[in-house]
Design a protein around this ligand. Structure first.
Ligand code: ATP
Length: 296
């Protein structure tokens, strides 16, 4: 388990990370969310020991993270860190050597991953000749080729098309099944929502939300009803507790104050032709906007 306890980092007057704590269990996917400059990359660098935390501690399976265990951690950095004059094979072998892998293990991993990511033909091409998306895949391969205990992914899907996003997501799920703990940051809420059981939202280094996604959503309760059917605005206009009514193509979206409003709306339209009636919890995007917006 990765345990982050009360870590902080200042850059002069800027509090980049302010008393952050969280845990990521074995086989768990954890999301670190925040706007630009919130402190995500600084957090990852502290976990990797690239910069020191002012206080607190970080452990992996109870052991302080230092150079003796960093080869059990895969890190895909946001700014990408490939040696662009090397060929794909040379680059992967370089990382393999850093991770103490023998030649056979590296060659096996290379064959498997290049085939899986559909880039076997690039094995002897220079990194700089590859598209951004394919460079991304190489960086991912370098991070996971030795089956790490912990995988840190800083914006891993940036620059990937939907087919390649799917390929990488499947690979991440397989690593999770192996028991790898995975932390990742993304500005794209749908990825965090789909992937992460647990998350932290940072605003200017401060934690404003921390916990299991399902619990967080549960706490917010039902906030929206979506209806497709033979109904009009008049059907809802007299119901108390509806804050806003929207029409999105053939769908009515009702923003409601509390869960009690659901049955009132249902009663009001139950004699009509209805194809869809769904009472919904807020999306992570809505929670993020409410939380982060509220801080400003
Ligand atoms: P992004 O989503 O844009 O990558 P982030 O959440 O990863 O942002 P960080 O890069 O961790 O944010 O930055 C957190 C804060 O610390 C920002 O205010 C940033 O300007 C500041 N910062 C980061 N690195 C340094 C540095 N080396 N020197 C001074 N300030 C820094």
């Amino acid at each position: 388990m990765l345990k982050v306890e009360n870590i902080s980092k200042d850059y002069g007057p800027v509090k980049a990370v302010d008393h952050l704590s969280f845990e990521c269990d074995q086989g768990e996917i954890f999301g670190l969310l925040g706007e630009n400059g919130a402190g995500k990359t600084t957090t990852f660098r502290m976990i990797m020991g690239l910069i020191d935390s002012k206080e607190g501690k970080i452990t992996l399976d109870g052991k302080k993270i230092d150079y003796t265990i960093t080869d059990q951690i895969g890190f895909v950095t946001e700014e990408r860190s490939l040696l662009t004059k090397l060929t794909v094979e040379e680059q992967v072998k370089f990382y393999g050597a850093l991770k103490n892998m023998d030649d056979d293990a590296v060659n096996k991993a290379l064959d498997e991953w290049l085939t899986r990511f559909d880039i076997l033909e690039y094995r002897h091409r220079k990194i700089k000749e590859l598209s951004k998306g394919n460079q991304q895949k190489i960086q991912f391969i370098c991070a996971v080729m030795n089956h790490p205990r912990l995988l840190i992914l800083d914006e891993p899907f940036t620059g990937l098309d939907p087919i390649n996003v799917k390929m990488m997501k499947d690979a991440i799920y397989d690593l999770k099944k192996e028991g790898c703990s995975i932390i990742f940051s993304s500005h794209q809420m749908e990825y965090i929502e789909e992937f992460c059981e647990k998350l932290v939202i940072l605003v200017k280094g401060k934690t404003i939300l921390n916990g299991y996604l399902e619990d967080i959503k549960q706490e917010y309760g039902i906030k929206r009803i979506e209806i497709i059917g033979d109904v009009s605005e008049d059907d809802f206009s007299k119901i108390k507790g509806i804050q806003k009514i929207e029409k999105r193509n053939d769908k009515w979206v009702l923003h409601i104050q509390s869960e009690e409003v659901v049955s009132k709306v249902f009663k009001a339209i139950q004699s009509k032709k209805i194809w869809k009636f769904e009472a919904m919890k807020p999306t992570l995007n809505e929670i993020f906007i409410e939380k982060v917006g509220g801080q400003k």
